[in-house]
Design a protein around this ligand. Structure first.
Ligand code: HEC
Length: 109
């Protein structure tokens, strides 16, 4: 009866190692993460517009940067050399969730 997806946002904060979570749960975690930290500037969906005029929509970011490069950048803290974007440092489970979400964008309809 209950759907696994629905709980994903709730467990986001307590999931220490999401390595074995199924894709849908990982993607939902990633979505919650970017909604919380990135959406005020970046477009995070398939057809929305970035709120910050210079911030690239994530669906474009995933086309430009291979996931492996992004994972490394996230672990070290994204420093993209522009003043508007704060520096983020992600923990490995957050990186996995974020990349899972990004990859879900690139598969697109
Ligand atoms: C305060 C606004 C703001 C927030 C919040 C923000 N960004 Fe950005 N981000 C930008 C802007 C503006 C750019 C484009 C900068 C440029 O190209 O000069 C950018 C660019 C990027 C790029 C491309 C970097 C590059 O070198 O081309 C990535 C990846 C990125 N952001 C990831 C993220 C992630 C992940 C988050 C959330 C954890 C986030 N951003 C949150 C403003 C923001």
């Amino acid at each position: 009866m209950s759907r696994g997806l629905v709980v994903a946002a709730g467990v986001f904060l307590v999931v220490g190692s999401a390595a074995h979570a199924d894709d849908a749960a990982v993607i939902a975690q990633g979505k919650a993460l970017v909604e919380d930290k990135c959406a005020r500037c970046h477009a995070i969906g398939l057809d929305d517009a970035s709120l910050h005029e210079k911030a690239p929509p994530f669906r474009d970011v995933v086309e430009i940067y291979p996931s492996e490069n992004l994972a490394e950048a996230l672990a070290e803290g994204i420093v993209s050399g522009h003043p508007d974007m704060p520096v983020f440092k992600f923990e490995p489970p957050q990186i996995e969730a974020f990349l899972g979400y990004l990859n879900s964008l690139s598969k697109g309809p």
